[in-house]
Design a protein around this ligand. Structure first.
Ligand SMILES: NC(=O)C1=CN([C@@H]2O[C@H](COP(=O)(O)OP(=O)(O)OC[C@H]3O[C@@H](n4cnc5c(N)ncnc54)[C@H](OP(=O)(O)O)[C@@H]3O)[C@@H](O)[C@H]2O)C=CC1
Ligand SMILES: O=C1Nc2ccccc2C1=O
Length: 307
């Protein structure tokens, strides 16, 4: 069985496929991106796409979805689409969402995330996406990140354009503030999470509050360094699978979403096997990161998420 068939239930009652196709794309790969996405959907069986206003891939995704839906190869309801509001559009998440929907050629997204708990001093169009002063410092505004979340609640309750809303790159302290001060529990929290960064406290907090955790950069981002983690390799040998299957099942078997990315069509086509990791093995993978913590992604300021 393919791990691409595993589903998780959100606090809205909707199902989300546990494995989503990461759509950050290098400039040189853009001309091949559409073919790669078609392979992902039609050959590998991906049913979940993770994108963002910021990634610059939404038009390409929209062209593929429009073609596949138009030709009857897939139905809109068979694909779970997530997009995100970038901090340069912190004050107008509806504009961000409407731009994404236009590019994606969709009427709604299944999940809208606040990309970072930050506000940038950009123009009304959200451009430049990362505004800098003459010294090269990002022009960040002293605005409460919950302002954006409150506007997203309004979108969720009143427009039908986002079937669920959630956050990304929030710490536990930020989630606590959000729960104290607003009346919608995020459906999901997307963070960097893998055996080098198991985020044990955050995962436990989200479990208690029925927030689905989504793991980004599961392979350790560029070059996939996490494939070389000794306990990952040991488990791959034990189960006779590729280490990537262990990195994916570390999340899918624990009830989390995982968002691997590849620009290699052969890898995309291969998909991921299901590996029934035991509770003890999942703990062992967590323990590796407790002892060897490493973060690969920082925010646009080059910093780790704030407390
Ligand atoms: N909310 C947020 O702030 C963030 C969200 N994300 C989301 O998470 C997704 C994935 O994270 P990302 O940081 O991009 O990286 P990943 O951790 O998914 O790693 C991608 C790298 O792994 C390589 N790779 C993939 N499969 C294999 C394999 N089987 N064997 C060897 N190498 C492999 C890829 O190379 P190749 O292409 O050659 O296969 C690429 O270099 C993003 O696309 C995005 O959707 C990511 C970061 C932040
Ligand atoms: O905010 C992000 N920073 C990133 C770096 C690499 C891949 C994806 C992302 C994001 O989504």
């Amino acid at each position: 069985m393919s791990a691409l068939n595993i589903d998780i239930t959100l606090n809205t009652g909707a199902k989300i496929p546990a494995v989503g196709f990461g759509t950050v794309c290098d400039e040189e790969f853009r001309y091949k991106f559409k073919d790669a996405l078609k392979v992902a959907i039609l050959e590998a069986g991906y049913r979940h796409i993770d994108t963002a206003w910021y990634y610059g891939t939404e038009k390409l995704i929209g062209e593929v979805l429009s073609e596949l839906i138009g030709s009857g190869k897939i139905k809109r309801e068979d694909i779970f689409v997530t997009t995100k509001v970038w901090p340069s559009l912190w004050n107008n998440p509806l504009k961000s969402l409407e731009t994404s929907l236009k590019d994606l050629q969709l009427d709604y997204v299944d999940l809208l995330l606040q990309h970072w708990p930050l506000a940038f001093d950009s123009g009304a169009e959200g451009k430049p996406a990362v505004p800098r002063d003459a010294d090269g410092n990002v022009r960040i505004l002293d605005v409460d990140y919950l302002e954006t979340w409150k506007k997203m609640i309004d979108i969720y309750k009143n427009t039908g354009k986002a079937k669920a809303i959630g956050v990304s790159n929030y710490t536990v302290a930020m989630l606590k503030r959000l729960l104290d001060q607003t009346d919608v529990v995020p459906a999901a929290e997307q963070v960097e999470l893998h055996p080098h960064l198991p985020q044990v406290e955050l995962v436990q907090f989200c479990k208690e509050h029925k927030i689905v955790v989504e793991a980004y950069s599961p392979l350790g981002s560029n070059g996939a360094p996490n494939l070389k983690i000794p306990v990952v390799q040991e488990l791959a040998t034990k189960y006779g699978v590729h280490p990537v299957d262990i990195l994916v099942n570390y999340h899918a078997q624990a009830g989390r979403v995982v968002l691997p990315r590849s620009q290699n069509v052969n890898r995309i086509r291969t998909g991921f096997k299901v590996v029934k990791l035991t509770a003890e093995e999942l703990k062992k993978l967590d323990q590796f990161g407790v002892e060897n913590p490493k973060r690969f992604i920082t925010d646009s300021l080059g910093k780790e998420p704030r407390l």
